[in-house]
Design a protein around this ligand. Structure first.
Ligand code: UDP
Length: 336
């Protein structure tokens, strides 16, 4: 198939693009390179530099596109509180323009990078797709709005458009393939594992633990860490499902299937820091800091639907293995 990956110069998008190429697909990456990196675009993919809303019509209008994987997004929770317009425009308005182009040019398949942030503070754990969606931050609200929009476009398309929203939990690790290493390279880093590894690299003195008085076994927040390679595989399986002639699962879902993606196992902040200590051999000083605004205590996915409907099974479920891949990537970046 010929597939367009928006945000294919970013962390998740570049790994998805690599998996698609490895599976023999033709890949066109669309990225404005504001947070992505040109050298992260896998060799073999064609790069179109531009704002998704501005170039979608040309890229899809050229014809022959079998599907879009839409990863391009503004994704900093803290920033989304300070600059809501950047998030409503960057995530919602942009995606509506993309959806319009998808429908205008009759692209039959769409896979969207959604997020656990659509759920907000969960009432029960693990979180299923039927759980209430009450995002506690603007980022999550914009992603939820896009999920709703996709559902309505798919339903109104009369079967012409099939879509899958994948709600990622905590994506981590790195892809190590032939000649390329693809991992997290955020200019503003807010995620736990890369921050802890920065301590091991001597780039920061200590890691702040955001609260140790949560109602969890060791008092620190629990998250569901999923390896980026497992995540990318789910995108390929979603495309397969959409490409199958008997896409009854998609029909039953009204043209739009929502699936959580996580390992189904939660690890606490302290467990992550311990794993980083084991993997790096560095003592990694840590200090308890106040809770971070908007953080739920526990976020763990039920991935039963992804397993049942997509046939997905995460293979990198060991926390030390996930950290080891992130560490290899961080060290290679630090070595230049
Ligand atoms: N966290 C932390 N210190 C940090 C960064 C994150 O204690 O410097 C915690 C955060 O409160 C959350 C977990 O680590 O419970 C994962 O945070 P991250 O930002 O990686 O992902 P999120 O769950 O917010 O999407």
């Amino acid at each position: 198939m010929t597939l367009v990956v928006t945000g294919g110069a970013g962390y998740v998008g570049s790994v998805c693009a690599q998996h698609l190429l490895d599976a023999g697909h033709d890949v066109v990456v669309v990225d404005d390179l504001t947070t992505g990196h040109e050298d992260a675009v896998p060799a073999g993919a064609r790069l179109v530099v531009g704002d998704v809303a501005e170039v979608a019509d040309d890229v899809l209008g050229a014809g022959g596109v079998d599907g879009v994987i839409h990863c391009a997004a503004r994704s900093l929770v803290g920033e989304s509180a300070e600059k809501p317009a950047k998030y409503w425009h960057g995530n919602v308005v942009t995606t509506i323009a993309l959806l319009d182009a998808v429908c205008r040019h009759r692209v039959p398949r769409l896979v969207f990078s959604s997020t656990a942030a659509t759920y907000g503070e969960p009432e029960s754990s693990p979180i299923t797709e039927d759980a209430p969606t009450r995002p506690t931050n603007t980022y999550g609200a914009t992603k939820l709005a896009v999920d709703h929009a996709i559902g309505t476009y798919a339903a109104a398309s009369g079967g012409e458009l099939g879509a899958v929203s994948l709600r990622y939990f905590n994506v981590a690790g790195a892809h190590a393939g032939a000649g390329s290493a693809l991992g997290e390279r955020h200019t503003v880093e807010t995620h736990l594992i890369p921050l802890v590894l920065q301590v091991a690299l001597g780039q920061r003195d200590e890691i702040a633990i955001f609260g140790d008085d949560w109602p969890t076994a060791d008092g620190t927040c629990v998250r569901d860490y999923i390896h980026v390679d497992d995540l990318a595989e789910a995108h390929l399986l979603a495309l397969d499902l959409l490409a199958r002639g008997d896409a009854s699962v998609i029909e039953k879902a009204g043209g739009h299937l929502v699936c959580n993606l996580g390992n189904g196992t939660g690890f606490s902040v302290l467990e992550v820091i311990e794993a980083c200590r084991r993997v790096t051999g560095h003592p990694i000083p840590a200090r308890v800091a106040p809770r971070r605004t908007g953080d739920p205590g526990v976020l763990v996915a039920s991935s039963a639907r992804a397993r049942d409907e997509l046939g997905w099974k995460p293979t990198h479920t060991d926390l030390d293995g996930i950290v080891a891949d992130a560490w290899a990537f961080a060290r290679s970046r630090a070595a230049g």
